[in-house]
Design a protein around this ligand. Structure first.
Ligand code: ADP
Length: 293
């Protein structure tokens, strides 16, 4: 694999060893997808840590320019799964990814894929806002400078902060430390930092769990606004948030095997409205109605 369709620059030679990829000859049919351009396609995806399976049987597609929520009880493997999408699990000692995961039809774990380039195209926002110990301006300009851009930085910074709905609040204090911002502003700054390097996908792992309801609403509004340009995948333990903010929802739960081993499994993937009003699987219904999880 060399590049995604439409991309001008090929992904360069891998600089890190991909985790072991175990292929299945006859992948199961995926659950019904929503049509449209497919960004990620998973077939029998599974992840183990030091040989212990954390999540398995994950087969579904994620479409472009939609918000896809991953929900399920704590420990079912949501963070493990979202980390597959930008190869963050490569950085976790003992993690192995099995099955197949393509990005725009290209094997994301192929030997020629550069994980650093993957993480530029597929940005990530974490649970706790993690601005760099730098000014607001330097946080946003960081990725562009890293890529060798020296010109138009002012425009890049303004555009990213505007898209992240933060410009008006910070335009007069760009040289101040990012740590001087509130938690909600810091999280929008992290989204702006992601946007500044022009990603294709934004992954969000519980982006609002450290925020108050007003800051949470601002992030949800922002997600809605930017989804026409980006594909967004969000892990959330907040079911109201999944119901409000996402187009598609994947429900994952934990199975306990006869040997007592706990493994996450994809139970159901569908339009969010359907998952929350007419789930097919009783386990999904039990979870969304609060009977377990
Ligand atoms: P969730 O995000 O749904 O709470 P996680 O993906 O964090 O679930 O965890 C899924 C399972 O994988 C849990 O059993 C957890 O203990 C295990 N796990 C997660 N990260 C690691 C790791 N770095 N090393 C070993 N086990 C891990």
């Amino acid at each position: 694999m060399t590049s995604e369709p439409g991309s001008e620059e090929p992904m360069s030679q891998a600089v890190m060893h991909p985790p072991e990829v175990v292929r299945h000859d006859e992948p199961h049919d995926p659950p019904a997808t929503q049509g449209g351009e497919v960004v990620f396609s998973m077939r029998e995806l599974a992840v183990s840590y030091s040989g212990t399976m954390a999540i398995r049987d994950v087969t579904f597609d994620i479409a472009a320019r939609q918000i896809t929520a991953l929900i399920g009880p704590s420990g079912c493997g949501k963070s493990t799964l979202i980390r597959c999408f930008n190869r963050m699990n490569d950085l976790v000692v003992g993690a192995e990814v099995h099955g197949s995961l393509t990005y725009h039809g290209v094997d994301l774990y192929g030997s020629k894929v550069d994980p650093v380039e993957v993480r530029r195209r597929i940005g990530m926002v974490f649970q706790k806002p993690n601005p760099f110990p730098k000014s607001i301006y330097d946080n946003i300009a960081f990725g562009s400078r890293l890529m060798g851009k020296r010109r138009d930085l002012d425009d890049i910074v303004e555009r990213a902060l505007t898209r992240a709905a933060l410009w008006d609040e910070v335009k007069d204090k760009l040289k101040e430390s990012a740590f001087a911002l509130s938690g909600g502003q810091q999280q929008r700054l992290c989204i702006a930092r992601c946007i500044a390097v022009e990603p294709d996908v934004i992954l969000m792992d519980e982006p609002c769990s450290a925020l108050d309801p007003i800051a949470t609403a601002k992030i949800e509004d922002l997600m809605e606004e930017i989804k026409s340009q980006y594909t967004i995948v969000i892990v959330t333990h907040n079911m109201q948030q999944a119901a409000r903010a996402s187009d598609m929802t994947a429900f994952i739960t934990t199975d306990v095997g006869e040997d007592g081993a706990r493994t996450g499994r994809l139970v159901e993937f569908d339009e969010t409205n359907k998952i929350f009003t007419q789930p097919v699987d009783p386990r999904t219904e039990g979870y969304i109605t609060g009977r377990f999880g």
